[in-house]
Design a binder for this molecule. Structure first.
Ligand code: MIG
Length: 816
């Protein structure tokens, strides 16, 4: 028998009347409210606050009522507006102009057009509308040749045209497939590119939002379920301009400790102290470089955070001591759920001091995660974040410098997979529901962790890894892409995912190498490690119950390949570190889609099975089984095969031969790449020498190349006070000579212990007659540390070695 509930009033959702969208309506007047460059456009049914932050970035927030709240989420850094805005009014339009753009507001309906000063239309926003539930949305023009990038961590290919995504941090154990619209991270940034011109739209709203590039033919739309329509327009015209401006708004990475850029080994879980130590020793005896081992949830005492299981890990101090002597660090996992246990001090304190999220009615919100019923700290309250940060002394006092934040979407074991939407956040005195702030939770947890570690590490750089995040997460944590599987498809998926994360301000990212769930094979691990060795974040991790995935788990051949490629990462470390330094200063990604460097090449708009490391290294992984050839697209220029030294003309696809031990890699002719000696851990500073490989040098055509090598102690913040070294290198070729010139920065606040510099020319287009001031020696003499030069006929490599003098010097190589 049916009850009345069968005809419940809301059965059919919003009524037509409620669904009817309202708009600001006609534009009445505009007022400069005298704070920065803030203008209020008063409309018929609502208002828009327009804030010009720079010539190329402005914010528009739609609001009702008399007062405008111009605070932002923690995702946006405080901005100082110094731009000069000119305003102009005619009968139908109100116009704001900066030196680069004009924002035209249509008075009849408050729609917006953004143009450059040549009158090219850059973007058009139709009137923002809202329904009776306060859900806002707006449509934007989408020309036929549009491409879309950004969106943070999403499935699918690089170009998001035809896709639709939701921003709602979600623990998706499976499946990671194209139709999953929301996973762990939410970066509400859309980059629209057409005719080589790019602009970004960043919606600063931490509730649920949607970007829809699928449903309409000539427009895309952005909407949010709660909160304000608060959007930033970020001008290009270059894609790099957009990324750099977006990261000026939401922040850039801090230079990580060098060890965090090394190879990391993880497993859910290394079950006890003996196993961890055995693992560390195995890396060292097998001479596979490694910097970090992870402790997953089993290290804890019944999953209570800030504890060690007394049986499995009876002597954490002893364990840490031996690991330290091996040069390996520990990163323990920390989840947000605090076990409800009246005998557990963290829980007691949290309750007593009012740190846990509550329902409005006053009860602590309790939900189930690993420890059973748990409470959740309210990171929106600064005092709670500080309390949480302080808990980490438990680890830092043991010498731990890195923390892994998991389950911080937050993920719960219930139907909604997260916290009740009506749980309340204190939000430093401006209470809001979880529904409104959901996407901030993970980032605020990592922020609390990062800040706590920073206070405790006595001037050493902390490292935080996170699964969940919001725009700006890059300031606090590196991001791994969650629970992928040991599928070839997921290896391929990692490329566009990490590349778009880089375009979304998150350069320090990577997937679980070898795949988390399901079972890897030796071949998959070999291929995945080849690729992963060149991702900014490099960790092998696998799930409980799956086949073991450590480098030696699949026999000698796999082990050898894995060792070699991890080793290659360590040899590239000086260059990689330089790229991290770049990301910290200009916000540009470390791994890049070809599109970023070759925006006018129509072949690369959706190319995402190969990528660039920085500007000059092209990486083309093999991501299918039983495959020993693959097509590689070489962009314009000449590219040198890293393995053979062969020069190849670009602007075309080639077929690369790639047997299992080879991952195709190419270096742009004209590039210089620094390689260091092979090491077992990244902060081993005992380098004898550094080698600058000069690619495609010529003594006949006008050759010119430059490089900067940035170095510091790799662990402290001294570099902020000048404690670094910068060597600039210039190589100029022509008229029968090649000149090499180098010089360190004047106030060189850091000096590596190194003794020698090497310059290497592989298959040069000239024969060396002499090197001014240096003798021709044998390879053995160079190895023994003598200054001089040698030529290896079998590899056709000219190698010059000089002592690493304090200031700099110059060398001339002549053909005669
Ligand atoms: O799915 O802590 O993504 O890396 O090993 C269970 C156990 C919770 C999810 C993480 C994964 C980690 C696992 N965690």
């Amino acid at each position: 028998m049916e009850g009345s509930v069968a005809i419940r009033p809301d059965k059919f959702g919003l009524s037509d009347e409620q669904a009817l969208r309202k708009h600001i309506g006609f534009f009445k007047t505009v007022e400069n409210i005298g704070v920065g460059n803030t203008y209020i456009c008063y409309g018929d049914k609502g208002n828009a606050a327009i804030v010009f932050l720079t010539d190329d970035v402005f914010r528009i927030k739609i609001y009702q009522g008399a007062d405008v709240d111009l605070s932002t989420t923690v995702g946006v850094l405080p901005q100082v507006s110094e731009v000069e805005v000119k305003t102009l009014e005619n009968e139908s339009q109100f116009i704001f102009a900066t030196t680069t753009i004009r924002l035209i507001v249509d008075k009849s309906n408050c729609s917006l057009s953004i143009e450059d000063h040549e009158g090219h239309l850059i973007a058009r926003q139709n009137p923002v509308g809202w329904n009776a539930r306060g859900e806002h949305s707006a449509d934007y023009d989408m020309p036929a040749e549009s491409h879309f990038y950004g969106f943070g961590e999403k499935t699918g290919f690089l170009d998001k045209r035809g896709e639709r995504y939701t921003n709602w941090n979600t623990d998706v154990y499976a499946p990671h497939v194209p139709e999953i619209e929301a996973i762990y991270q939410s970066i509400p940034l859309l980059i629209h590119m057409f005719e080589e011109r790019s602009y970004g739209l960043f919606l600063d709203n931490p509730g649920r939002s949607d970007f829809d590039m699928r449903s309409a033919e000539t427009t895309f739309s952005i909407s949010c379920a709660t909160g304000a329509y608060d959007i930033y327009f970020i001008n290009g015209p270059g894609l790099k301009d957009v990324v750099s401006r977006y990261t000026a708004l939401t922040g850039r990475i801090d230079l990580p400790p060098k060890w965090a850029i090394g190879y990391h080994q993880s497993r859910y879980s290394y079950m006890n102290q003996q196993e961890v130590l055995e693992l560390a020793r195995t890396f060292r005896t097998k001479q596979i470089p490694c910097d970090v081992i992870y402790l997953d949830i089993h290290y804890m005492d019944e999953y209570r955070v800030f504890t060690f299981d007394p049986v499995r890990f009876p002597d954490p101090e002893g364990m840490m001591e031996e690991l330290k002597s091996l040069g390996i660090r520990i990163i323990p996992i920390v989840d947000p759920g605090v076990k409800k246990d009246p005998k557990y001090t963290v829980y007691q304190e949290g309750v007593r001091e009012n740190h846990f999220i509550k329902k409005l009615e006053g009860d602590i919100f309790l939900g189930e995660v690993w420890p059973g019923i748990s409470a959740f700290p309210d990171f929106t309250e600064d005092r709670t974040s500080e309390w949480w940060g302080e808990q980490h002394r438990y680890y830092t006092e043991l010498g731990i410098q890195g923390i892994w934040n998991d389950m911080n979407e937050p993920a719960l074991f219930n139907e909604s997979k997260t916290m009740d939407l009506d749980a309340m956040h204190g939000n430093n005195g401006k209470p809001q529901t979880h529904e409104e702030l959901h996407n901030l939770y993970g980032m605020l947890m990592s922020k609390a962790t990062y800040e706590g570690l920073s206070r405790q590490l006595d001037g050493q750089r902390p490292f935080v890894l996170t699964r969940a995040g919001y725009a700006g997460i890059q300031r606090y944590a590196a991001v791994w892409t969650g629970d992928n599987r040991s599928f070839w498809e997921h290896m391929a998926l990692a490329m566009p995912m990490v590349l778009n994360m880089g375009l979304s301000g998150i350069p320090f990212a990577g997937p679980d190498i070898g795949g988390f769930g399901h079972n890897a094979t030796g071949e998959l691990l070999a291929r995945w490690t080849q690729m992963g060795a060149f991702f900014p974040y490099c960790r092998n991790h696998s799930a409980i119950g799956t086949i073991r995935q450590e480098p030696w788990s699949f026999g000698e051949k796999t082990e050898e390949i894995v060792r070699n490629y991890i080793g290659l990462r360590y040899r590239f470390m000086p260059h990689l570190y330089q790229l991290f330094r770049g990301a910290a200063t200009d916000g540009l990604p470390i791994v890049r889609p070809l599109l970023l460097e070759y925006p006018s090449d129509p072949n690369v708009t959706n190319l995402c099975d190969q990528f660039l490391l920085g500007e000059n290294i092209l990486i083309a992984p093999v991501y299918r089984p039983d495959t020993d050839h693959r097509s590689v697209y070489l962009p314009a220029g000449t590219w040198i095969d890293y393995w053979t030294g062969e020069a190849l003309v670009g602007g075309r696809p080639i077929l690369a031969h790639a047997p299992l031990e080879i991952m195709p890699m190419y270096i742009r002719a004209g590039a210089i790449i620094a390689e260091g000696p092979l090491k077992q851990s990244a902060d081993d500073a005992s380098d004898e020498s550094i080698t600058f490989h000069i690619y495609g040098a010529s003594a006949s055509t006008g050759f010119e190349s430059a490089y900067t090598l940035y170095e510091d102690d790799g662990v402290s913040f001294d570099y902020r006070q000048g404690g670094y070294s910068e060597l600039s290198l210039n190589v100029v070729g022509g008229a029968g000579t090649v000149e090499i010139q180098w010089r360190y920065n004047e106030a060189r606040g850091f000096k590596p212990e190194r003794k020698l510099l090497q310059f290497s020319f592989r298959r040069p287009d000239f024969t060396v007659g002499r090197v001014e001031g240096l003798q021709r020696l044998t390879a053995e003499q160079l190895v023994a540390g003598a200054e001089g030069w040698t030529h290896n006929p079998s590899t056709d490599e000219l190698l010059i070695q000089v002592s690493d003098q304090a200031v700099g010097d110059k060398l001339v190589v002549s053909t005669a």
